[in-house]
Design a protein around this ligand. Structure first.
Ligand code: 8YV
Length: 335
């Protein structure tokens, strides 16, 4: 049994779901709990979050809910924050841990889906698919020309990956099919067996930036990764290079990137995440060489369904006194 208290069997636990999720998750939660479901897409402001959390033992949250230290300090009797995301930078985990609130996430289930999308973005930017689509839709295609919408080759080029976790590895695995050379950097070097299996070369950030034709980011948002890519890093990249970001917006200095793209410091960018979502730097919106998506890398029907269910299962586990499958702050659970 964990250190966290479990709900006495006679009592039905209460769960707050802060925002609309796939209905299977709600149906599942209702089999054992009272569910206060905010079935909208707006979510709850911090003050509302605190009020609606009153009397709840579990909260199923999303990346748009901010659980700052201040919000967490005002939660009473909450044992688990079950985030529907692999990332948990919306939660002050230290503050949750100090109040013995379990934090859970939804890893693995979205790894391949997110890697697929990173590749979709990379290909779209390299081969100018969005520009081509707009070109046709706006009726501009009147004749074929030899250099119409010419882009950049992907096969045989060099891919640079920051972050060799689950998603970074899934991206690297796909690069093999394109016959690419893969450089990577991470705070911890991968096992030699993995490097061999995926044909990875560990390198310092400067070399990765200088030699890669495509740079893709798969790091969590931490103090050490905030603005990992700024003006100085962009200047180290090839003028023909393309930057892909499906991690977290603040990993890239958006203003510096917009400036670099507009001046041809690098050739292109493909971004799924932004510094202050849903706000996008206005300069980025004006550029043809920036492919932009509204944070949808994990958005396949199957994956999003599974993420919702997984978060619900994590909440259920804590409420039943079981170790949740995806506990982030393992310190709160001592047997
Ligand atoms: C989700 C993500 O779209 O899991 C994450 O960390 O960024 C995405 O997979 C999002 O978090 C859903 O809440």
């Amino acid at each position: 049994m964990g250190q966290l208290p479990s709900v006495p069997r006679v009592m039905k636990p209460s769960i707050l779901v802060t925002k609309r999720v796939y209905s299977e998750a709600i149906e599942y939660l209702k089999t054992f709990a009272e569910v206060d479901y905010e079935a909208t897409d707006d979510g709850l402001a911090p003050q509302e979050l605190v009020e609606r959390a009153r009397g709840k033992q579990a909260i199923v949250s999303q990346l748009t809910d901010t659980f700052s230290a201040e919000v967490i300090s005002r939660l009473e009797g909450v044992w688990v924050l079950a985030n529907v995301a692999v990332g948990f930078d919306n939660i002050d985990v230290g503050a949750a841990t100090s109040r013995r609130i379990a934090v859970t996430n939804t890893p693995d289930v979205l790894t391949e889906t997110t890697a697929d999308f990173a590749w979709a973005l990379l290909m779209a930017a390299a081969r100018r698919i969005v520009e081509a689509h707009q070109f046709l839709h706006s009726g501009q295609w009147r004749r074929w020309t030899i250099d119409l919408l010419v882009g950049r080759d992907v096969h045989g080029r060099t891919l640079g990956i920051f972050g060799m976790g689950r998603i970074g590895q899934a991206v690297a695995r796909r690069a093999r099919g394109f016959g690419m050379r893969v450089l990577y950097h991470d705070s911890v070097r991968a096992a030699e067996s993995l490097e061999r299996e995926l044909g990875l070369e560990f390198t310092a950030p400067d070399r990765l930036l200088a030699e890669s034709d495509f740079v893709t980011l798969h790091v969590p948002l931490l103090d050490s990764t905030r603005k990992l890519i700024g003006a100085a890093e962009l200047r180290k990249m090839k003028p023909t290079a393309i930057l892909v970001n499906t991690s977290r917006g603040p990993v890239v200095d958006e203003a510096a990137l917009a400036d670099a793209l507009s001046r041809g410091v690098i050739a292109g960018a493909a971004l799924d995440v932004f510094e202050s979502e849903p706000h996008v730097h206005p300069k980025l919106l004006e550029l043809d060489n920036a492919v932009l998506a509204p944070h949808i890398a994990s958005a396949s029907v199957d994956t999003r369904r599974r993420m919702c269910l997984m978060a619900a299962e994590n909440a259920a586990a804590v409420l039943e006194g079981r170790h949740p499958p995806n506990l982030v702050n393992t310190e709160v659970w001592q047997s």
